[in-house]
Design a protein around this ligand. Structure first.
Ligand code: B12
Ligand code: SF4
Ligand code: SF4
Length: 347
């Protein structure tokens, strides 16, 4: 538990991050900055904040999935039921108890509200923001979702947690796309989680190779944290992973149409990106697979209605086809292709 004013430099830290452009195309971070910087700006009556963490520890090392190059690596948090729904349910139960006992007003927030959950959780003693910027707990490692209950009640506060990273820098060195300009600072524009989930357009070419087979989010910096030795496999049944999402063949994913995409990912966070963006990611993974037979599903996507998908199909083929085969396909396609981005990908 903590107070709304417990982190006085919250606004300055957020402003510096936004000023540097580290939010990329997440314009909503700028639009909501004033409220995000101060819990009181979000709700003037708030007097105490209860921060909660929910364990989602995996039972398999997520780095194993990254090594299977012909199937997709989906980040741990996205393999289960959408955590927003699960946590919100739990927070509402707890907030109900709080409200009925003390008669105070309560509001619950998870992820999408303009609340800086990590620094507030640190102030409430739940853990500390590691050098990868995610909250690490001494008892659960870094596999935990955060949520907040704001209340008008004056509750007792906990002591803030202190930094236990020491000289370790494993997370910084593990990042495949060098997304940390400095310890404790993440540049979203280079982060695979941002690129594969939040970013709508074409992914810059110099970052595509580093994405490997990660089609939705990334766990590399989390997976290497030594504090995970205290992590437990998630107990919350509803978050239990859907086993079938752990190693989906890239060839099948490239063939998903809109309806099949929605049916496969119903109830999971993956549905958020929409089919085109997801297939864009799958084609990047195909381009990184080194598997010549995957040129077939990539080639089928040259006729896709989405230029974003066609563009990445071109990139995948440039990586997989021998030069002689590629120049034949290129000549044939350039005769009819009109989208400037797709034409640019042909080079
Ligand atoms: C925007 C966002 C993203 C963005 C930006 C990530 C980021 N680091 O901010 C992107 C899309 C990249 C992202 C990715 C992921 N996210 Co996210 N994301 C958020 C969101 C919505 C807002 C975070 C925010 O306010 N960022 C703004 C910047 C300013 O914050 P910051 O990086 O923490 O910056 C601090 C440091 O730079 C620090 N600082 C700066 N200089 C210095 C110097 C020193 C010395 C020190 C000590 C500190 C320091 O000050 C800043 C403010 O505290 C939160 C939910 C929420 N409402 O809080 C979830 C959240 C942070 N994400 C979460 C998760 C799980 C992920 C992923 C693991 C998902 C995945 N597997 O792909 C990755 C992890 C990537 C990573 N290493 O951070 C969880 C993290 C849970 C936890 N244990 O902390 C959250 C809390 C959602 C939730 N409710 O559970 N995410
Ligand atoms: S989530 Fe992946 S890409 Fe993003 S900072 Fe961590 S290791 Fe780097
Ligand atoms: S890997 Fe090391 S530096 Fe990174 S958060 Fe964990 S303890 Fe801190």
């Amino acid at each position: 538990m903590t107070r709304p004013e417990a982190v006085p430099d919250l606004g300055a830290r957020l402003a510096a991050w936004l000023e540097a452009g580290h939010h990329g195309t997440m314009g909503w971070m700028v639009e909501t900055a004033e409220r995000r910087a101060s819990p009181r700006a979000l709700w003037p009556e708030v007097r105490s904040i209860v921060m909660l963490g929910m364990n989602y520890g995996p039972d398999e090392d997520p780095l194993e999935a990254v090594r299977r190059r012909t199937s997709a690596a989906v980040s741990v948090y996205a393999q289960g039921r959408d955590y927003h729904d699960v946590i919100k349910g739990r927070l509402k139960e707890l907030a109900g108890v709080l409200a009925s006992k003390g008669g105070a007003d309560v509001k619950v927030f998870v992820d999408t509200a303009p609340v800086m959950e990590k620094p507030l959780a640190e102030a409430a003693g739940l853990g500390w923001q590691g050098k990868h910027t995610v909250l690490v707990s001494r008892t659960l490692g870094n596999w935990l979702f955060l949520g907040a209950i704001f209340t008008t009640a004056e509750l007792p506060v906990d002591a803030p947690e202190r930094d236990h990273c020491g000289s370790c820098r494993r997370c910084l060195d593990a990042c495949p796309t060098n997304a940390f300009p400095a310890p404790y600072v993440l540049d979203s524009r280079r982060c695979i989680s941002y690129l594969t989930i939040e970013h709508a357009g074409t992914i810059p070419e110099d970052l595509r190779e580093g994405i490997g087979n990660r089609v939705y989010g990334c766990d590399d910096c989390l997976a290497v944290c030594p504090w995970n030795k205290f992590a437990k496999s998630a107990r919350e049944q509803k978050l239990a992973a859907r086993r079938d999402l752990a190693a989906l063949p890239l060839a099948d994913l490239a063939r998903l149409d809109d309806a099949a995409f929605r049916a496969l990912f119903a109830g999971t966070p993956i549905k958020r990106t929409g089919r085109d963006r997801f297939v864009r990611n799958v084609l990047i993974a195909i381009g990184n697979s080194g598997e010549p037979t995957l040129a077939t599903p990539a080639r089928e996507r040259l006729d896709d209605a989405s230029p974003l998908v066609r563009a990445m199909a071109v990139w995948a083929l440039r990586r997989l086809l021998p030069p002689a085969d590629l120049s034949g396909v290129r000549a044939e396609r350039l005769a009819t292709e009109t989208d400037p981005d797709v034409v640019r990908e042909w080079g």
